[in-house]
Structure formats: C-alpha cells, structure tokens
Design a protein around this ligand. Structure first.
Ligand code: ADP
Ligand code: SF4
Length: 691
C-alpha cells in the first residue's frame, strides 16, 4: 500500500552540513550492552535498523581515550585504529541499506572509575568520582590537560572519519560527560577561563565543536547533542535560563542540534512516569534560536504525533532510541502504509536495564533485538514452515501470543486458547495497574497481526483440561499457562511460609489484580521481588485510600529498578503518596491483625496493623503440562508429537523473557536443536600468544 500523503513530510531529506539524510528518522545514539564486547551482534543490529529505514543510525556512546574508560559497561570504543576498523563494520552495514552512520564521541570524565585502563579520572575540579561511589578521585584538569583532551577528541573524530562514519556527535549530555561537567555550576568551581561565567563553562564544549568542524566538518555532519534541562531546578541547567542561553550562544555553530533533558533517568523515562513526547516543553525553544536542524526524542511511536512535532515547528528530525529497538522497521512501515504493523515500544526500559547490568540489551516488544547475528533472527522475517503441523498454544499471555504470532508468520496452523475472557495474560492484567497502560501494546501488536492471518485462531473463555487437549487433535501442544504469585511470603529472603499467612488472609498481587481487597485500612506490602510489582501494589492501594507501608529486605524500595532507571522516580512517587518505606525489613509473623516485622541489621521489631500483601515470587502453572506428559501413550494415541512449556509456566521471569520464549519456540520449531550445545553463535577471542 502506498503511504498516506500526510506522512510525506517524514520522508523529506534533511541537510546536516555536508551530508544529507534521506528522511527525518534519526536513531539517536543508544547503549545496547553489545558494543566492543559483542561487536558482531552490535553491527548486525545496527544494519537491521538501516534496513528498516532509519535515515541516520548512530552508535552507542563511544569512548575515545583510556582516561574515559567505562568498564564494566560494554560500550563501543575508539581508542585506536583497531577500534576504528571494528566500527567500520557498522558503517558498512548501515551504508549497505542507504543510511548515514553516526558516531557519538564520549568521555565520561569524573563519572568513570577507569577500572580497566587504570588511568586517573579527570574532571573540572578535584572530586571523588560519581560512578557508584567508587573510592577514587577525579583530578582537576590543568590547561595542559584540557589541551590534551581536545587533541584526543579531534584525533578521535579523524579516526571516525577513517572508519567510514558520516556524522560525528559531540556530546554534552546526561550529566555523564566531561563537557557537561565543565558546564554545570555544581561540578565546576574553576577560577580560570574554563570556570565562572556561562561563557567560560561552555568554552570547552565550544572548542570541541569548533575543532571537530575544522577537522572533519568538510565531509562529516557535526551534531551537538546537548541537554538543556536537568530537572534539578535552579541547582542545575534549566531550559528557561542557562540551558536556553547556552544554545543561543552556540546557535549556528553545529550542523545540527540533538537536544534532550538530563540525566539519563530523566531522558529515558519509562511510560510509568512520562508520556510520549514528554520532552517537548523543555526543548521546543531551540528551533526559535537556531536555524540549524533540530532533533528531539521522547519515545515517539505514533507517526501522527511525529508529523505534528514537525508541523508545529518543535523539531526537524524525530530522534528515537527505544522506538527503534522495539521496531527497527518503523520508518519502512510508515513509508509502506503499514501502520498496523508498527510494534510500539511499551516504555519499560528492559533494554536500558540489561545494558546497565553490562549485558546485551533485550527488548520486551522485539525478541529479535540482539539476536540478529547470534541467532540469525530478523524482526520482520522468519523462515517458512517445514511441515503441515497444527499447533495448539494454551495461554494467550506474552509467551503464547508471541509463539502463535511467529508460528503463524511461518505459515503453520495455530490455535491459541485462553481461559480468560480477554487475551494478554499478565500484560492485560498488569497494564490495568496504575500508569502501566502502555504495556498492553505487547498484546495489541500481536492481536493486530492475527487479524491479518487466516491460519491463527484465538479462542477465549476456553479453559483447557487434559481431556480437552487430547480431544482437540493438534500435532503439537505448547503450554504458556503462566504463573501465580505466592501468598505466603516465601521468596528470596524467606524460605518458609510466614507464620499466620494461612490462617489470616493475605493478598497476593494476583488477588489484588482480580479485584480482591482487604477492608479499607492499613496494609503492609512486603516486597522481596525488588522490581516494579511491589511498588505498583503500594501505589495502587495508596491511591485507593489505604495506609500503606512498604517493607523490603532490600536497601531501598524496588532496588532492581535502578537498572531500568526508575528507582528514584518510584521512591519519589511513593513518598509523595504518603507510603511509609521500611528498607532492610523482613516479616516475622502475622497474628491477629498484627504484622510483626524486624530490621535485618539490628533485629529490632516493628509492628504494623492490617493486612499483608506479599510480593515475593511466583510458581509456574504447570499442572496441565505434568498431567499431559504423565501418560505418553494417550498423547501418542491421539497423534500429539510434542508437549512443551514456555514463558512463565516454564520459568517465571520478565515479560520480555516470556516473549522471547514464545519466539524461540517458533524459531526452533521443526528444527533439530542440540540441547547439549550452545544455542547461538559465540565470539571467539584469538589470543596473541608467543613471539
Ligand atoms: P506468560 O507470561 O508466560 O505468557 P501469562 O501468565 O501472562 O504467562 O499468561 C498465561 C495465560 O494462560 C493466562 O491468560 C491464563 O488465563 C492462561 N491459562 C492458564 N491455564 C490455562 C488453561 N488450562 N487453559 C487455557 N488457558 C490457560
Ligand atoms: Fe521499549 Fe521496553 Fe523494548 Fe526498551 S525494552 S525498546 S522500553 S519495549
């Protein structure tokens, strides 16, 4: 189908200095946990994005000198010519599909420990490094250090050109880069020409831009990636004062502006905390003060919103990290008039979380992300069926939905059955919780795809028993029957049920999602899960008028959500809702409406009255699986060739893991897999031994 003409504007070329991008879709630099450690995976992933139509495809942050070594994070590196040749592979992959390749040169200054390079960190003043309270200090750079730093940056830009990049992004963002540290009053108390006035604090960044333009600006686009607000009020940069003035002072200098808010937790807010387009209010002034093209980010997934951003004069390019991860083919789908095929990012930040753990990023919506090279998976293509099999998938949660979707795309006959009256399993249930609505896109996308396939049939209100499965007549059965939260407090910290939870009703997240509630009064949410569910239960119940205490054995509320960049946002929200937070606490017993807790450090006992909401762990719903495999002869007699478990029914985990398991089942179906071997390609490092 030809594209709707109202989207034509998204496909206009934009000039960025000496280069021109074919459209307004700009995959901004984003970390992915592959970088220098898994370069083949990173290169293939970037190539797929260019194939999907992104006009500009950028690297992640690329460190350009050992004094800015971000180990243990697996970013890309451009320390020398060898690194340039690795990144050259990415340029080729992007060019092959007509995209422009951009490199983001980054030095994290006082925000690194240099734990691999062992160089002394550097910054505007003497200061302990901010990275993980690491016990070393960044030393104050003198004028000679600043000269050296500028030289390293210039040389890196030249290396980037030799690698084949078309665009170099000069970075002062996220409170994590050396030029940003020089710019911030709270970091920079220098008394020389690099400290004091805004002009002085901006000097280093201006010099980097000027020197990059001078070195490579004749052939490469030079982009300024700049945070205009830090959401710190007058303690930080604000778009209404210094953020604005800084842009104005350099307005015409770069070939393009890529503006955002800082730090990363604010720039990449999850959908729980910010809606699509949340950065507009901060960055919309930039186009008023500069004639250069401006790029904006803000988790844009709707082409109509993108058009509106451009028509309203907010920006010229739609920047995207997460939307390009969830759907590398977003631009192509708009171009080909296939909007119903767009796989919208749900704003969960699983991608960021894996990067922050120093592992290859994963995506909840796009299970092929990071598997392009390693497993040969493609977000849009999957090999056709190799038999006439009819597959029964039991359970239409994320695992079952994705299995049915991918098997359907392969051409198999698929029946998907679910006991409930609505599809989606846990995503349908969880997206009804406060501020998680966007999560249901996991379900929406797949249901939309079923509508285009005649070989996938979905049956709701169909609770299947062993007998019904045997009667059904499928060749293969996949159980995606999910899991159930425990009610007794057993989990990571407690290995025995909390005394009293049997006699006195406690409410698991499933109970709450089913609409059950204790009488209005006090509740204690006991969170030994440490991700989002405990905090969401607290948020929901506090919003309904309960007096909520959240007790956790962790050091803080939702400690794991540090990785998904949400921890601070979660804690702030709960405190604003009046939730009492008790870190380092375990529940000892529940007795006659009294919940006895104790501090894990001091042993001191604390009592709270009311009901307990334990958020600790889930157990697989695998009864049907075990019932079926108990009698192989009955399976054989009805022609069932295999019975498999996937998703939470196999191992309760994230929604991303369930989607991946569903995809994996479909990808591996009709293929011999060596269960003793490694199920993907691995990188072999060749050691330089001997003379
Ligand atoms: P996952 O995350 O692994 O996809 P979910 O818990 O989200 O798991 O989804 C499991 C789904 O399976 C739920 O929608 C549930 O209603 C359904 N289900 C569980 N047991 C049966 C059954 N015996 N027959 C049909 N559907 C079932
Ligand atoms: Fe979006 Fe979540 Fe995928 Fe990241 S992991 S791209 S936030 S859907």
């Amino acid at each position: 189908m030809p594209r709707d003409s109202r989207y034509d504007i998204l496909f206009e070329p934009v000039r960025i200095g000496p280069v021109t991008t074919r459209n307004r879709f700009y995959q901004v630099p984003h970390c992915n946990g592959m970088g220098r450690v898994y370069p083949d995976s990173m290169i293939a992933m970037r190539g797929v994005k260019a194939e999907g139509g992104w006009g500009i495809v950028s690297t992640e942050q690329v460190d350009f000198h050992p004094t800015g070594d971000v180990t243990p994070y697996t970013e890309a590196r451009l320390w020398d010519a060898g690194d340039a040749s690795v990144l050259g592979g990415m340029c080729n992959a992007v060019h092959e599909h007509g995209g422009l390749a951009a490199v983001q040169l980054v030095h994290n200054g006082q925000d690194t420990g240099n734990i691999y390079s062992r160089e002394v960190p550097i910054g505007p003043v003497h200061r302990p490094v901010s990275w993980k309270n690491h016990p070393v200090q960044a030393r104050a750079m003198d004028i000679e250090d600043i000269r050296a730093y500028r030289r390293w940056h210039r040389k890196a830009a030249l290396r980037a050109r030799s690698a084949g990049f078309d665009i170099v992004v000069v970075y002062a963002g996220h409170d994590g880069s050396l030029p940003a540290h020089f710019l911030a009053r709270r970091h920079n108390q220098r008394t020389d020409e690099y400290g004091g006035s805004l002009e002085n604090r901006l000097r280093l960044y201006r010099e980097l831009l000027e020197e990059t333009l001078e070195a490579v600006g004749d052939t490469m686009g030079v982009v300024a990636r700049f945070a205009v607000d830090e959401l710190l009020g007058s303690d930080g940069l604000e778009w209404g004062n210094e953020g604005h003035d800084a842009i104005e002072m350099m307005a015409e200098l770069p070939h393009m502006w890529d503006v955002n808010i800082s730090d990363w937790d604010n720039d990449s807010m999850t959908s729980r905390f910010a809606a699509e387009g949340y950065q507009e209010e901060y960055v919309s002034f930039v186009k008023k003060v500069s004639s250069k093209p401006v790029a904006i980010v803000g988790r844009y997934t709707s082409p109509d919103t993108m058009v509106s951003v451009i028509r309203r004069g907010i920006a010229d390019l739609i920047g995207a990290a997460r939307p390009s991860i969830a759907d590398p083919f977003l631009p192509k789908k708009v171009e080909e008039g296939r909007l119903e095929d767009i796989r919208e990012c749900i704003g969960c930040n699983i991608c960021a979380a894996w990067n922050n753990i120093s592992a290859p990023s994963r995506c909840t919506q796009n299970p092929t992300f990071g598997e392009e090279w390693r497993k040969g998976w493609h977000p849009e293509r999957i090999r056709p069926r190799e038999s006439q099999a009819h597959i029964l998938v039991v359970g239409a949660g994320p695992a079952g939905l994705e299995a049915a979707h991918a098997l359907g795309k392969r051409g198999y006959e698929v029946t998907l059955a679910d006991a409930r009256s609505e599809p989606g399993g846990r995503v349908a249930r969880e997206s009804a919780l406060p501020n998680l609505r966007a999560w249901n896109r996991v379900c929406d996308y797949r249901l939309g795809q079923f509508a285009l396939m005649t070989n996938v049939k979905l049956y709701l209100e169909s609770a299947l028993t062993k007998e019904l499965v045997l009667d059904f007549g499928a060749d293969h059965v996949v159980l995606a029957t999910g899991s159930t939260w425990r009610r007794d407090g057993v989990g990571r910290a407690l290995r025995q049920p909390i005394p009293g939870t049997e006699a006195e009703r406690s409410f698991s997240p499933d109970d709450i999602m089913d609409g059950n509630r204790p009488p209005l009064g006090s509740v204690v949410v006991f969170d030994d899960d440490h991700y989002y569910m405990g905090s969401v239960m607290a948020e929901l119940l506090a919003g309904e008028g309960y007096k909520v205490t959240l007790a956790t054995p962790g050091n803080c509320v939702s400690s794991w959500s540090e990785y998904s960049l949400e921890q601070g946002h979660i804690e702030r929200r709960l405190l604003k809702l009046g939730v009492e937070i008790l870190p380092r606490h375990l529940v000892r017993a529940v007795n006659d409406g009294v919940i006895e807790l104790f501090n894990t450090m001091t042993g001191d006992t604390v009592k709270r009255y009311g009901h307990l909401v334990p958020v600790t762990m889930r157990l697989p719903n695998d009864e049907l699986y075990y019932a079926l495999i108990a009698t192989p002869s009955s399976l054989m007699s009805v022609g069932i060739k295999s019975v498999r478990r996937i998703g939470d029914c196999y191992g309760p985990a994230t929604i991303a893991a369930a989607v991946y398991e569903g995809r994996r089942y479909a990808e591996e179906f009709d293929r011999e897999c060596d269960s003793d071997g490694v199920p993907f390609k691995t990188v072999k490092h060749v050691l330089e031994l001997g003379g």
